[in-house]
Design a protein around this ligand. Sequence first.
Ligand code: AHR
Length: 502
Amino acid sequence: MTASIRIDPGSTIGPVPRRLFGTFVEHMGRSVYGGIHDPAAPTADQHGFRADVLELVRELGATAVRYPGGNFVSGYRWEDGVGPVEERPTRLEPAWRGIEPNTVGLHEFAEWADEAGLELVEAVNLGTRGPAEAAELLEYANHPGGTTRSDERRSNGADAPFDIRVWCLGNEMDGPWQIGHKTADEYGRLAAETARLMRFIDPRVELVAAGSSNAEMPTFGVWERTVLRHTAGLVDHVSVHAYYEEQNGDVASFLASAVQLDRYLDDVAAIVDEVALETGTAPVGISVDEWNVWNQTRWNDVDKPRVLGGDFAIQPVIEDDYTVTDAVVVGSLLIALLRHADRVTMANLAQLVNVIAPIRCEPDGPAWRQSTYFPFQATARHARGVVVRPEIAVGRYATARYGEVPIVDAVATMSGDAASVFVVNRSLDEPVPARIELPGRWRLIEAVTLDAPDGADRHLTNRAGDERVRLRPLDGVRVAQAQDAVVEVTLPELSWTMIRLA
Ligand code: AHR
């Protein structure tokens, strides 16, 4: 088995969207409290934020952060999180059965995001609240001053507006688990009225309508069509949420998760085009507001009954330990996102710290990188310029969920005189020799791969102080130069690889 990957710089898909490498911080589990914020931790700064976590967030190279939820936002009162900390209320948090002390709110998080180099993307509560509260939050955050809400912000310490551009109109409103769950018509109307009012207050905002929670929702398709008809001309993006896991030991299908993401994005793009034509409005972008590997079966069968059936508490929730396989899937999902650079305007790896996250930390131990950290970091750092769709000739393998899928998948980006090629080998047991052809003269800058380290199996995970699963230099890569450059590389079995040329 060999793979031929031909890169024609003319086959461009579109520029790499800056916001493609977003992340997500939700007030749940140990994401905020006990994650980014823990005044008792040895590395806490004067505001209670962990310096070691912040450092790993910076290194990750993400560009944006969606906040404060997730399911949490559908019951959240944003006013609880502003003003003197000692006067803020402590509330029951029903979505994840947490306790919300409101120690961290808009001001603290905006400052943290700024230090982390992340653009803040704010979600408004359309579960228990509506246009009026969303508008007040927008006025508080973005209006320069001279009104009660904006002056309140100033007296709370932020003289300049936060100037938040992107706003999510609610979260997963199609899901019966959501606080304030709605039908597509109910949500579509509410989103439209909220959008209209928010645009009156700040016409520069970009608004995201909530799409389906996943492609298997019984309302998928009808939901998007209905919501987009209601919000035509009022919103800029529609969201997609996509989580993947290995189900019943079917690793072949799990490794092909990107095939599902490709189809999901194509389906949403087709609906976007259909509604745009019908309503005479511009097609909206797709914001993959939440995507990742998440062991939802374990959450549903084991942890959910325990967490949601127990006492209200700040406790660990969905802290998945990511394996080699998970990291390869995350890398391949990034390939699919890049391949849709013409339609996907934003994407957020969900989440960032502790909760299904690339970064973990212990109360009295160090912050550390999970396996999934590495493909995300490398892609965020080196996918630059425009995305180019390669022509790939390779064998296929059978999957129970998605039929026959290619063993190798790849995408490339090109910027000035630099090129990055991202490749995944989905074979569990066969290294695949690959020939990557590129017109012109190129030399190798770097070749790195993530696979199971020597002697380890695909289930290997990292631990605090022991990052065993990480990128390693890929040896034996040769660049032969004739009229075109030919990169010869052997892709290890079950691996994600990045090759950089200049
Ligand atoms: O990221 C965890 C949860 O997944 C979010 O709260 C919700 O939006 C989704 O179901």
